[in-house]
Ligand binder design. Structure first.
Ligand code: NDP
Length: 244
């Protein structure tokens, strides 16, 4: 039986690249999405066309009930869960300073990025097979701490803290818990609402002088999910071309 990975937020962006990479690595993949069924089905179709195994499952990670159903449906259809990639996340395209950030923006960031990661980690901690892997998503902004990102970075710093603590709580279960912290990566989340000049400036920040591509991040996730990453545990891996 193939190992099974749930990739949250896999209909687009980094998650879609991760799903396709893990399918090439030989895992059966669950393409989770919030609302974009058409894009999720496209990712499933691409994986099936290249001989892989994939299903699409809608679930809002902010809802504990949805997340429980996501895991139950995975086990019902694919038999097990070995890898959780906690990639689903949001970032507002407008980035006001903390003093001008409204309650709805703050609450939604916490609900999806922080509670969402908590919901999926809690299920995974109970349901992952021996040898399992949990890979969370932070951001290199936790290192740069740029103005305008206070609420977003607060959620990602919380994810990093939970990563480290859960890795210790799973002692004896042979499950690793790590986080990947991308730098600026060419997806809708990063590009939307920015001028070409700002994108160019941010792209030049890493010494490698380009934006990350979703595949750059998928490569790091593949390492942590695969045999070669087995001794890495409780860490946050910044994948950002050397920006911070
Ligand atoms: P995108 O906006 O391109 O894609 C977001 C994905 O998450 C979509 O598949 C979307 O589904 C899904 N999603 C959003 N909300 C929910 C929800 N409540 N429940 C389930 N799925 C949801 O984002 P990226 O690919 O750029 O980001 C992926 C991760 O990487 C995020 O955690 C982000 O914070 C992190 N990151 C990204 C960086 C970047 O520069 N791009 C930099 C640092 C970190 P749907 O299509 O249905 O809306």
């Amino acid at each position: 039986m193939k190992q099974v990975a749930i990739v949250t937020g896999a209909s687009r962006g980094i998650g879609a690249a991760i799903a396709q990479r893990l399918a090439r690595d030989g895992l059966a993949v669950v393409i989770n999405y919030a609302g974009n069924a058409v894009e999720a089905d496209k990712v499933v179709g691409a994986i099936l066309a290249s001989g892989g195994t994939a299903i699409a499952v809608q679930a809002d990670v902010a809802s504990a009930t949805d997340v429980r159903k996501l895991f139950d449906q995975t086990v019902a259809q694919l038999g097990r869960v070995d890898v959780l990639v906690n990639n689903a996340g949001i970032m507002p395209s407008q980035l006001p300073h903390l003093s001008a950030t409204d309650d709805d923006t703050f609450d939604r960031l916490v609900a999806v990025n922080l509670k969402g990661s908590f919901n999926t980690m809690r299920e995974a901690a109970q349901k992952l097979e021996n040898g399992g892997r949990i890979i969370n998503f932070s951001s290199s902004l936790v290192g740069t701490l740029l103005p305008g990102y206070a609420a977003y970075v607060a959620t990602k710093a919380g994810v990093e803290a939970m990563t480290s603590i859960l890795s210790k709580e799973l002692r004896g279960k042979n499950i690793t818990v790590n986080a990947v912290a991308p730098g600026p990566t060419a997806t809708a989340l990063f590009l939307d609402g920015k001028t070409p000049e700002l994108i160019e400036r941010l792209a030049k920040m890493p010494p490698l002088e380009r934006l990350g591509q979703p595949e750059d991040i998928a490569n790091a996730v593949s390492f942590l999910a695969g045999a070669d990453g087995g001794w890495i545990n409780g860490q946050t891996l910044r994948a950002n071309g050397g920006m911070v």
